[in-house]
Design a binder for this molecule. Structure first.
Ligand code: ATP
Length: 259
């Protein structure tokens, strides 16, 4: 069995007297879509924040391993930009775009950790001449095509529809060439048509080999997308399994519906 891309063990996070994460284990395998679900306040976003360097966990290990490699990188204690550099990218529950920059520029910003700063600066000031610079533009356009936004490349991000802004966030995260993509409630606030397009987009990205871990409340979407589902409640991991197993798990039913 190959080493998982992400292996989290014993992750614990205390906020004063509140234990938001209690010795949580989770792993994501190469090429899979995994989901982290649970009722409100279960600790899902805290988990993402600990894994991506926004919080320093009280205890536990976060290991990232490139596919086919046995050289794991320990992410614990790293800053968010260092975590991105090592191959973990994320989107946020509340959209965080550069609203007065163009759609294309937002994706190019995502290239920061794979690009020399002066090159990116030259492009953003419209002084792109070199071959290397053109490569970044082409790469960014290709990502916009992938998420269906190429024909809006020159719009300000703030002028996009809600669903399109969410897809732009995904493109920006992909621009960092992540080993693993974390999506925090990507369907939140979307209408049914936007959710359907998101479902198709995530499946397409996954087919191209991208490993994905998502937090999501839309159960229909979770069941449609996920190879494996992890369920948290009150800071603890209470179940894991494939969609059929999770649907019928008594602990999961109890966590969502009560006794
Ligand atoms: P939701 O589905 O509503 O987004 P969640 O599963 O993502 O919920 P978290 O936001 O991770 O849950 O919250 C888990 C617990 O940790 C909650 O009790 C929350 O109040 C607490 N918590 C989260 N962040 C902090 C913080 N910065 N300071 C103190 N308590 C926090």
């Amino acid at each position: 069995m190959t080493t998982p891309i992400l292996k989290v063990t014993g992750l614990t996070m205390d906020f004063g007297g509140i234990r938001a994460l209690d010795s949580v284990d989770l792993d994501v395998r190469q090429g899979e879509i995994a989901a982290l679900i649970g009722p409100n306040g279960a600790g899902k976003t805290t988990f993402f924040n600990c894994v991506t360097g926004i919080y320093i966990p009280t205890a536990g290990e976060v290991m990232l391993t490139p596919a086919g490699s046995n050289k794991s990188k320990n992410l614990k204690g790293l800053k968010p930009n260092q975590v991105t550099q090592r191959g973990l990218a994320r989107t946020f529950q509340n959209i965080r775009l550069f609203s007065r920059m163009t759609v294309l520029e937002n994706v190019m910003i995502g290239r920061h950790c794979r690009t020399k700063a002066f090159i990116l600066g030259a492009i953003l000031r419209n002084r792109a001449t070199r071959r290397e610079e053109r490569k970044i533009l082409e790469y960014s356009y290709a990502l916009l095509e992938k998420v269906g936004l190429a024909n809006q490349a020159d719009e300000f991000a703030e002028n996009l529809s809600y669903g399109a802004q969410r897809r732009l966030e995904i493109a920006r995260a992909l621009a960092t060439e992540p080993l693993l993509l974390l999506l925090d409630e990507p369907a939140a606030g979307m209408n049914p048509q936007e959710t359907k397009e998101l479902d198709e987009l995530i499946k397409k990205i996954s087919r191209e080999g991208q490993a994905i871990l998502l937090i999501e409340h839309d159960m229909k979407l979770v069941m449609s997308l996920s190879d494996r589902i992890f369920v948290m409640d009150y800071g603890k991991m209470i179940a894991k399994g494939n969609p059929a197993e999770i649907r019928t798990n008594p602990d999961v039913i109890k966590a969502y519906l009560g006794e």
